[in-house]
Ligand binder design. Structure first.
Ligand code: C5P
Length: 236
């Protein structure tokens, strides 16, 4: 299977509130973006890596990457789905075809384990649709109303956290995202666009330390998880 990567990295990180996009904050002395892109570009399973950055981003291309020749920077869009589509178009312009696979991974998840990527790709080999890394919900889940009062308890047995990477056939994902956009539906992950087409992505259990850095607290946690990964040698 030929698989390309798209990394949406054009978000402003408003929830983080650092004043600069969160992927430029440092983790063990290097930006989150460098960690994420270096892990992906080190994987021979990925044919190329398209990185969608904000049109006014002046930092991305100036950073030191382990394999800069494997990265193709493109202008992202207003929403995450627009950035992913921009990455897909860049891959197509460079020769990627509908039957190729595309792996979409948030720039804000720098702790991705290469073994999880390999697990996802081998699980999907021969499949028609695609799937995503996910982690089963551990806590008891509550639905609350606007004033913070519990409405009910949601059975957690079938609940998963949707992580990234999410891997789909390139042509299928492109169609799904274009259809969602045309319908005015804002999907927050690729799987949701595929589900809208009546298809069922496969959930593949991945490591729970593949966290997305969203709030300031997450940075200290990511730092501790990174050190644990380095000690355990799981970064290659
Ligand atoms: O904001 P959130 O953390 O959910 O964003 C998920 C990913 O989507 C991040 O990697 C972010 O940079 C990316 N994104 C994007 N283009 C946008 C909005 C978000 O590439 N317009």
């Amino acid at each position: 299977m030929r698989c390309h990567a798209v990394v949406p990295a054009a978000g402003a990180g408003k929830r983080f509130g650092a004043g600069i996009p969160k992927q430029y904050l440092l983790l063990a002395g290097r930006s989150i973006q460098q960690h994420t892109l270096d892990r992906l570009s080190a994987m021979p399973e990925l044919a190329s890596v398209a990185v969608a950055v904000a049109p006014d981003d002046e930092l991305a291309t100036g950073l030191a990457y382990a394999q800069p020749e494997r990265l193709r920077f493109v202008a992202g869009g207003r929403e995450r789905m627009d950035s992913v589509l921009a990455g897909i178009e860049a891959l197509r312009a460079a020769g990627a075809v509908d039957d190729d696979w595309v792996l979409v991974h948030d720039v804000a998840r720098p702790l991705l384990r290469p073994a999880d990527v390999r697990l996802l790709l081998t699980t999907l080999d021969g499949q028609a649709v695609g799937g995503l890394l996910a982690s089963p919900v551990r806590d008891t889940m509550k639905r609350g109303d606007a004033s913070g009062l519990v409405l009910d308890t949601v059975p957690r047995e079938q609940l998963w956290h949707a992580l990234t990477p999410q891997v789909f056939r390139l042509g299928l994902l492109r169609d799904a995202l274009l259809q969602a956009r045309a319908a005015g539906v804002l999907v927050t992950d690729e799987a949701a666009a595929i589900e809208r087409m009546g298809l069922r992505p496969l959930l593949v259990a991945g490591a729970a330390d593949n966290i997305k850095i969203t709030f300031p607290d997450d940075l200290a946690l990511a730092e501790a998880l990174l050190q644990a990964q380095l000690r355990a040698g799981v970064t290659t």
